[in-house]
Design a protein around this ligand. Structure first.
Ligand SMILES: [Zn+2]
Ligand SMILES: [Zn+2]
Ligand SMILES: [Zn+2]
Length: 365
């Protein structure tokens, strides 16, 4: 059941016709004017599905159309929504458009400052493997087409800019589609297909390699007292807690941002510490119990707590097993304004409402 036909040899796309144009085509075809299916050039007629969706159908003939046979109303509806969204964003739209090695459900073409932009919308209601999807995406890429995949059963994959895959769900009862990001559970957004395409084409939904937190956040600092595992001297260590929210409102739990607090400009109140600074830091570190540690396996400098008496490093394992089992001696929660953004690697399709958005370290969002 296609959306495209030719009427008196001019292409017509059912969901893009005005009411008057649609009625004129239906009436004209009924009075014997030429309405031919774009898929196979067979005679067709205008039809309205029970959901109200306008499309074209083949006149009863000896054999079903080999090109568009078996297309469901869900598939057809998604194509119609995509056609309207692309048209609303200034694209010249063709449905069921074929090129060299590809056939797009909906194709939009638009002139842009840096050349012509071609966008294909593929609606996939049956399962398609990642290999096949990559293969088809490559054929589109070679043809200069940016293809977008709306799949009811997406293959397992890592979200990427090169292969935009989204999950499409059809609600039989309401006759509407919803789109959710696939593969990444964070952030969790759910949009009607029309709203989704509007956000994507309008630039409010963009790919980002990282979650990025900026601005004000609530941070809890915990101070704990313990004995050094080596010399038994008293030690004090602190821990920051608090789930940061990315620009797209995804949660970034402490384990995903720890280590960036110095760069982001938050530190515990030095007056908390009773113990004198026995270890010279030499690199301006605060608080006094943090010391510079050797380069780790990846060649980056990591900082660790050290015993102020003997200087022994309090390893992560020691902290976990011996210190953090005890309740904290002091806890303070305050609003902290990050002086630099905090990042957590998480390839995702970032949907924002405000001016801030996610981006990788060093990238201007
Ligand atoms: Zn046909
Ligand atoms: Zn010690
Ligand atoms: Zn984001």
């Amino acid at each position: 059941m296609p959306l495209r036909a030719t009427y008196d040899d001019a292409p017509v796309i059912a969901p893009l016709l005005t009411d008057a144009e649609w009625h004129a085509v239906v009436r004209g075809a009924g009075e014997g004017r030429a309405l031919r299916m774009a898929c196979c050039d067979a005679p067709g007629y205008g039809r309205v599905a029970s959901s109200g969706l306008r499309h074209f159908a083949h006149r009863p003939g000896p054999s079903p159309c080999a090109v568009t046979h078996g297309e469901s109303i869900a598939h057809l509806t998604a194509k119609a929504v995509a056609a309207r969204a692309l048209a609303a964003h200034g694209y010249a739209v063709t449905t069921e458009a074929a090129g060299d090695g590809w056939r797009a459900d909906v194709l939009g073409v638009r002139a842009a400052p840096r050349g012509v932009v071609r966008v294909a919308c593929e609606v996939q209601t049956s399962a398609q493997s990642l290999t096949d999807t990559l293969d088809r995406q490559e054929r589109y890429r070679r043809a200069g087409v940016r293809a977008l995949w709306l799949m009811s059963r997406p293959p397992a994959h890592v979200p990427s800019r090169a292969l935009p895959i989204f999950r499409l769900a059809w609600d039989e009862r309401t006759g509407a589609h919803h789109v959710t990001p696939d593969a990444s559970a964070r952030p969790a957004w759910r949009l009607s297909l029309g709203t989704f395409l509007d956000a994507l084409l309008g630039g409010r939904l963009r790919f980002s390699t990282h979650l990025r937190a900026q601005g004000e956040h609530e941070i809890t600092t915990e101070l704990r007292e313990a004995a050094c595992l080596y010399c038994r001297a008293p030690c004090e260590v602190h821990l920051f807690r608090g789930t940061l929210r990315s620009a797209c409102d995804a949660a970034i739990p402490p384990m995903r941002w720890r280590g960036q607090e110095r760069a982001a400009g938050f530190a515990p109140d030095p007056s908390w510490y009773r113990l004198p600074a026995a270890i010279p830091l030499g690199d301006g570190d605060a608080p006094h119990v943090l010391k510079r540690r050797r380069h780790d396996a990846h060649g980056t400098i990591v900082r660790a707590f050290a015993c102020p008496s003997c200087g022994a490093e309090l390893t992560a394992a020691a902290l976990r097993h011996h210190l953090f089992r005890r309740p904290p001696t002091r806890v303070a929660t305050r609003r902290v304004t990050l002086t630099a953004p905090i990042h957590a690697p998480a390839p995702h399709w970032c949907l924002t409402t405000g001016a801030e958005r996610c981006a990788g370290p060093g990238a201007t969002p």
